[in-house]
Design a protein around this ligand. Structure first.
Ligand code: DX5
Ligand code: ZN
Length: 216
């Protein structure tokens, strides 16, 4: 069963509660929450305050993607703000990813590591037992509306083989440039969770788009 995680980065920031409230009825599985610090990536979005603000508007899991330096500093604030899933970048200033993943679990959230397009999957293979999910970026992080990088499919296939060979249940999440065409390729390669920002929020019928992204 493929999960669809609309990224509220592409929602109307002035009507965020309403946008989040609609997602469940539109068929979404998770709410993807892109945190950018203007340092790790060249953009700034929102933080725990926004997470806390939207929490009452949905009972879907909130999937927080930390595109920040020092991600460990934000584990407790996001737990308090109601986050369910927390992912941290392997390329961030966190030197002890394994410990950080354990800290996310200890705080009671699902934990995952994120790899940029340039980072080989070897950066996460020894972390897999600590990962509920691995997020593979299919664009360079920082902005919505970019084009899917096809080389990501090679990474998905390699990671899927590694997870299956070891009998693990780690989910593979894909983020960036996901539309009905690239969604199909990702699913065929072995992805489980698809993030979609502009595809969902710019669609005339978001519910139909979420259904199309499942490629059932
Ligand atoms: C990019 C973010 C994505 C972004 C995806 O840095 O991590 O979640 O919102 O947007 P689309 O689906 O428009 O590529
Ligand atoms: Zn994201």
């Amino acid at each position: 069963m493929i999960k669809i995680a609309p990224s509220i980065l592409s929602a109307d920031f002035a009507a965020m509660g309403d946008a989040v409230k609609k997602l469940k009825a539109q068929g979404a599985d998770w709410v993807h929450f892109d945190v950018m610090d203007g340092n790790f990536v060249p953009n700034i979005t929102f933080g725990p305050g926004m997470c806390q603000a939207i929490r009452p508007y949905t009972d879907l899991p909130i999937d927080v993607h930390l595109m920040v330096e020092h991600p460990s500093d934000w584990i407790e604030p996001f737990k308090k703000a109601g986050a369910d899933v927390l992912t941290i970048h392997a390329e961030s200033s966190e030197r002890h990813l394994h410990r950080a993943l354990q800290a996310i679990h200890a705080a009671g959230m699902q934990a995952g590591v994120v790899l940029n397009p340039a980072t080989p999957i070897e950066a996460c293979v020894h972390l897999l037992p600590e990962c509920d999910l691995v997020l593979l970026m299919s664009v360079n992080p920082g902005f919505g509306g970019q084009s899917f990088i096809p080389e990501t499919l090679v990474k998905i296939k390699k990671l899927r083989e590694e997870i299956d060979r070891r009998g693990l249940s780690t989910l593979i999440e894909i983020d960036g440039g996901v539309n009905p065409e690239t969604a199909r390729l990702c699913i065929e390669a072995g992805a489980n969770v698809l993030v979609a920002g502009s595809a969902v929020f710019k669609a005339p019928d978001p519910a139909a788009m979420i259904k199309a992204l499942r490629c059932e």
